[in-house]
Design a protein around this ligand. Structure first.
Ligand code: UD1
Length: 451
């Protein structure tokens, strides 16, 4: 398993370009299953989860061409299989996004039930209940969810989610796009990725209104067709690099981002003493305020509030702020595994249930640490950049799932970070990083992580 070696204490300086949003590209690729015609997606990040999603599409019988590294042309004309097997679902929970489109277009789908993961139990009961409301018969057979539309087609209905669910909303939107009649989703997730998926579906001929608000109206259509779409920038990668500038006391120009997609994060970081200047609608200039970092409490909540996917990175920053902060995680029940690793580096963090109390201004010292999930890995990279001495992060396959060429990007702004490839027993430089991530697709991942 590859590791990252970081020699911390260097302020980052320079320009960083943000890639496409992983959490938008995943459902958009799944949506290509809804039509026999070709759908072209641009700005698909070259990360392991997207390589896994592509493999899933190909296993089902779709053809995927990549005329350019980040452009996927998918033609799901000859879909011969209607299932996402356990081998894929266990490495990437987002494979459940195949359920909605398969059920919507073919009236049948089988997806292995995701098990527990590093950050909690994470059921898909709300997805399944919603499919039943659309007329599907859903059963569990030998660990697989089997769903069928009795007359071959789903029937539009009211779906009222008791908890806000991002992939649940996406799955229902895709399934209902081809149902007969009208579907209304209430208490829908409002993430920018939901809006991006709805944009793509509407370009394909769907009739969806209200995406980005708590109520989404979908008028089912008989078929969908070809479309071309560019994936939105990754707001969590953007937030991670904002923290990178602040935690190293550097100055980064972050380009190609959508600040309007991370208003709660920017507001909170400004309160905490980070200067974030909007140079233009897609570029931010980030550095610390001269008065320094201040501790500020935060609670994770569904969009548009502070995202759980930025909680770990924010915690890393709070270890360096003046005062004490309380971080409350309300989305996932076991999402503080990075805290114990940061404590090994000298952080002062006390966990009690869903709260973490972080006493700031800790002198972080490099140590060997273990990445437990995608965003936890990012937070350890941030802590390593701020720490004195060497930090060795193990299990970085988690970070390869969602951050494109993070080593190359960080090195380009002055970080001392390298990937240690265990099998080769010598460091690789950044140019090889992408290839490393691609090869790592074969790696067995024991715990699918969420983001
Ligand atoms: C998505 C994101 C992930 C992010 C999360 C919350 C993708 C691929 N992943 O994950 O990065 O951390 O949103 O913003 O977009 N729940 C149920 N039953 C269900 C579905 C969800 O109880 O059927 C619960 C979950 O356990 C969790 C909460 O609802 O406590 C929210 O989960 P959800 O929004 O569904 O997360 P994901 O869509 O899996």
């Amino acid at each position: 398993m590859d590791k990252f070696l970081i020699r911390g204490g260097r302020p980052l300086q320079g320009k960083i370009e943000i890639g496409g949003a992983k959490n938008s590209a995943l459902p958009c690729l799944a949506a290509t299953l809804l039509t026999a015609e070709t759908v072209t997606l641009h700005n698909v990040p070259y990360v392991k989860d997207l390589i896994t999603q592509r493999r899933l599409l190909e296993d089902l019988g779709a053809t995927v061409l990549t005329p350019e590294l980040r452009t996927h042309k998918v033609t799901a004309k000859n879909v011969t299989l209607f299932e996402a097997p356990y081998e894929l679902v266990k490495t990437m929970r987002a494979s459940v996004l195949a359920l909605g489109p398969l059920l919507g277009r073919f009236g049948q789908a089988k997806v292995s039930l995701p098990g527990g993961c590093a950050i909690g139990t994470r059921p898909i009961d709300l997805h399944l209940k919603a499919f039943e409301q659309l007329g599907a018969q859903v059963s569990l057979e030998k660990g697989d969810v089997v769903a069928r539309a009795p007359k071959g087609r789903l029937v539009g209905s009211d779906v009222d989610f008791e908890t806000v669910t991002v992939t649940g909303t996406e799955n229902v939107m895709m399934a209902a796009a081809l149902a007969t009649g009208r579907t209304v989703i209430r208490n829908a997730a409002m993430e920018p990725e939901i809006e991006d998926l709805a944009d793509l579906l509407n370009k394909m001929g769907a009739r969806i209104k209200g995406a980005g608000t708590p109520q989404i109206d979908i008028e089912g259509v008989d078929e969908l067709g070809s479309a071309e779409h560019t994936i939105i920038p990754d707001r969590i990668e953007t937030g991670t690099f904002i923290v990178a500038a602040a935690i190293t006391d550097g100055e980064l120009e972050i380009k190609g981002c959508r600040p309007d997609h991370l208003v709660a994060v920017i507001d909170k970081l400004r309160e905490a003493g980070v200067s974030i200047e909007e140079l233009n609608p897609s570029t931010l200039l980030v550095k610390r305020e001269p008065s320094g970092l201040k501790s500020r409490d935060v609670t994770t909540e569904p969009h548009p509030k502070f995202p759980t996917d930025m909680q770990a990175q924010y915690m890393a920053l709070m270890t360096q702020a003046e005062g004490t902060s309380v971080i409350i995680e309300t989305i996932f029940e076991n999402r503080f595994m990075h805290a114990s690793e940061m404590k090994r580096m000298g952080a002062d963090i006390q966990i009690s249930g869903s709260s973490a109390v972080v006493r700031g201004r800790a002198q972080l010292v490099g140590a060997p640490v273990l990445a437990s999930d995608l965003r936890a890995s990012a937070s350890l990279v941030l802590a390593g950049l701020a720490a004195g001495g060497e930090t060795l992060i193990d299990r970085v396959y988690h970070i390869d799932r969602g951050y494109e060429t993070i080593v190359r990007k960080l090195r380009s702004v002055g970080a001392d970070i390298e990937r240690i490839k265990e099998d080769v027993t010598q460091p690789t430089n950044d140019a090889a990083e992408t290839a490393g991530a691609a090869v790592a697709i074969g790696t067995v991942v024991d715990n699918p992580s969420p983001s």
